[in-house]
Design a protein around this ligand. Structure first.
Ligand code: NAP
Length: 256
């Protein structure tokens, strides 16, 4: 029996087979969970469909997290499919490429709002929509963050501000939803080459610095993020909520 046996998980943010959401999906599947995936736009549907087949996942349909009607219809489809939900994985973030280089100071009002809406507010909207589906037995909500939320790092810029909002959102959601036995946590992953990460200027330097300075003397592997995701889905983490858990080979603890 897997530790996620029988859990019903909705995973948002699989773009391709490098996505952190895909690693979490694979590990959840390996440990016995049933999975539903969404995709953003027709182009991604073509990439997500073959991945879904590999793990016997249901494709729920298109979900752009800025569109409330799509959030609602996603939950209606999940209810029709399973009657309820045990886990929600939110692995979604966005910043304009121009804002992931040079000076943070230059970010426009419009781009700032958009980054925060997609990367942080979306967790609030999704948690609110998922709450009624988790009411019977409680559940686990998981998001993905990065060290740039709590430290100033070159080029991460507005995404750092969005991740700070996201980590704070995790704490307030945990406070609201705890009485319903719904836990809310974040994994702060070390840098991993994904589609989203490639948009950050100087990603190569970031990866080199992490591998050199982390106590474990290497970069984190995507499967290590996936297996922590399974832990947070499972009853093994039943006492943990509102936390940001670092899966970064220890990089965040170092002063120099
Ligand atoms: P990824 O594979 O590119 O995944 C990012 C996902 O966000 C994509 O599926 C993307 O879809 C989706 N997305 C963006 N805007 C959206 C919207 N409006 N509605 C719905 N989906 C939207 O990259 P990833 O690195 O795995 O990112 C997943 C999460 O991990 C993000 O929160 C990221 O900040 C976080 N994280 C990543 C790292 C890292 O080093 N890779 C480290 C720490 C935390 P589109 O491709 O269609 O935009």
């Amino acid at each position: 029996m897997g530790i996620a046996d029988g859990k019903r998980a909705l995973v948002i943010g699989v773009a391709n087979d490098h996505s952190l959401a895909w690693s979490i999906t694979q590990e959840l599947h390996r440990h016995g969970a049933q999975i539903a995936l969404t995709y953003q736009g027709e182009a991604l549907k073509k990439r997500v469909e073959p991945l879904a087949q590999q793990v016997g996942a249901h494709i729920i349909g298109e979900l752009d997290v800025t569109v409330d009607e799509q959030i609602e219809s996603t939950m209606v489809k999940v209810k029709a499919l399973w009657g309820g939900l045990d886990m929600l994985v939110h692995a979604v973030a966005f910043a304009e490429r121009e804002d992931l280089r040079d000076r943070f100071l230059n970010v426009s009002r419009k781009n700032f709002s958009r980054s925060l809406e997609i990367s942080a507010y979306s967790l609030v909207a999704l948690a609110r929509a998922a709450e009624p589906l988790m009411e019977a037995a409680g559940g686990s909500i998981l998001t993905l963050t990065y060290l740039g939320a709590v430290r100033a790092l070159p080029n991460y810029n507005v995404m750092g501000v969005a991740k700070a909002a996201l980590e704070c959102t995790v704490r307030y959601l945990a406070q609201d939803l705890g009485r319903r036995k719904i836990r809310v946590n974040a994994i702060s992953a070390g840098p991993i080459k994904t589609l989203a990460a490639r948009g950050i200027s100087g990603l190569g330097d970031m990866l080199r610095s992490h591998a050199e300075r982390a106590p474990l003397q290497r970069n984190v592997e995507v499967g290590e993020v996936g297996s922590t995701g399974v832990f947070l889905a499972s009853d093994a983490s039943s006492g943990i909520t509102g936390e940001t858990i670092y899966v970064d080979c220890g990089y965040n603890i170092m002063g120099f």
